[in-house]
Structure formats: structure tokens, C-alpha cells
Design a protein around this ligand. Structure first.
Ligand SMILES: CC(C)(COP(=O)(O)OP(=O)(O)OC[C@H]1O[C@@H](n2cnc3c(N)ncnc32)[C@H](O)[C@@H]1OP(=O)(O)O)[C@@H](O)C(=O)NCCC(=O)NCCS
Length: 167
């Protein structure tokens, strides 16, 4: 498994993945424009494609929630990262790819020594993702409305990441 930066060549695939039932059901109501996101060279946003054996299988978005321009996360501390993750094809769900993607993405986030914690915001009615995040060590810190989306906020602090991923 490797993570690489998304390019405009990935837009058709990402738009196709966005039509998948498991993606629609779990994404909430936030609009996504892949051309805009991938063209955005701001240092508070990364769109990463996960490749397994050279085949793209999923996508991760990582933002600095304080500096992200829509202020989706509202007031928050500096030096956090917030993530979103999807697997594209149904056949690639539940075979361990998400765990490998998150392991690489967390290492990438915490490689910046200033980063203190990583946040996630699954919909409260996405029990599969919630179980997935809790198994990785994320702790539920809040239930919160993001626009019309009822979400839990999950957090993994650097100390817990260190303990769980580099014991
Ligand atoms: C959430 C998501 C990213 C997790 O990725 P994933 O690749 O399915 O996750 P994993 O396979 O690593 O783990 C999920 C399950 O597979 C099981 N699993 C892990 N490795 C496995 C393996 N090698 N073989 C079989 N099963 C495995 C895990 O035990 C886990 O089981 P559980 O759901 O019963 O607890 C993915 O399911 C997804 O894209 N969902 C739709 C979008 C979504 O909800 N995104 C999150 C928005 S907040």
C-alpha cells in the first residue's frame, strides 16, 4: 500500500467513486468539487490516493482544520489535522485496506512534529466507520452538527498514536 498525491487525472475516478452507494450513504451533505480540491495548492489541504499493487483503491483528504478556508470545523486549536477516508470499489471494503491507509496517513500527519492530534467526523449513523476508528484507537470527544449532518468527533492524540502504533 502506498499513498500518493492526487492529480487532475484522478478526477473521473473520484467522481465515479462518489456515485457509489457506500460513499453517498456515509458522506453527509458537504459538496465536493475534486477539480477545485486537487487544483488547490494550499498547504492546509492534501488529497491522497491509496494504491495497492499499483491500483488506486481509495482516497484520503487531510486538512488543517484551523486554516481550512471554509472553516468547516469552526473554532479549534492550532496544530491539528482532520481526515476523511473512502474506499472506492465495494469489493475492496473490509479486507484491511482502510487500516493500512490510516496507518500510513497517521504516520504522515504525525511526521510533522507540531501536530498534536488527528480528528475525524463520522456521521452518527455510520457504525462501520465508528467501529473502524475506535479499533484504531480514536476516542469519541463530542457529538456535533456540521451543517445538517449529525456527527461524532473522534480524536487520536500523538501520545496514543505513539503507544498504539510504535510501542
Ligand atoms: C471506513 C472504511 C474506510 C474502512 O476501510 P476498510 O478497508 O473497509 O477497513 P478494514 O478492512 O481495514 O477494517 C474493516 C473491517 O474489516 C475487517 N478486516 C480487517 N482486515 C481484514 C482482512 N485482512 N480480511 C478480512 N477482514 C478484515 C476488520 O476486522 C473490520 O471488521 P469490522 O467492520 O467487523 O470491525 C471503509 O469501510 C469505507 O470506505 N467505508 C465507506 C466510506 C466511509 O464510511 N468512510 C468514513 C467516513 S467518516
Amino acid at each position: 500500500m502506498k499513498l500518493r498525491t492526487a492529480t487532475l487525472d484522478d478526477v473521473d475516478m473520484l467522481n465515479y467513486w462518489d456515485t457509489k452507494e457506500h460513499v453517498i450513504r456515509t458522506s453527509g451533505h458537504e459538496e465536493r468539487d475534486w477539480v477545485e480540491e486537487i487544483s488547490n495548492d494550499a498547504d492546509w489541504l492534501e488529497v491522497l490516493i491509496a494504491e495497492h499493487d499499483g491500483e488506486p483503491i481509495g482516497v484520503l483528504q487531510i486538512v488543517d482544520p484551523l486554516r481550512e478556508e471554509t472553516h468547516y470545523w469552526g473554532q479549534c486549536e492550532p496544530n491539528l489535522r482532520a481526515m476523511d477516508i473512502w474506499i472506492g470499489e465495494e469489493k475492496n471494503l473490509g479486507v484491511g485496506f482502510g487500516t493500512q491507509m490510516m496507518t500510513l496517513a497517521l504516520a504522515k500527519c504525525f511526521a510533522d512534529e507540531n501536530v498534536t492530534a488527528v480528528l475525524l467526523d463520522p456521521l452518527v449513523d455510520n457504525p462501520d466507520a465508528i467501529r473502524f476508528y475506535e479499533r484504531l484507537g480514536f476516542k469519541r470527544v463530542e457529538r456535533r452538527m456540521f451543517g445538517v449532518d449529525d456527527c461524532y468527533v473522534y480524536r487520536l492524540d500523538r501520545d496514543d498514536w505513539q503507544r498504539l502504533f510504535h510501542p
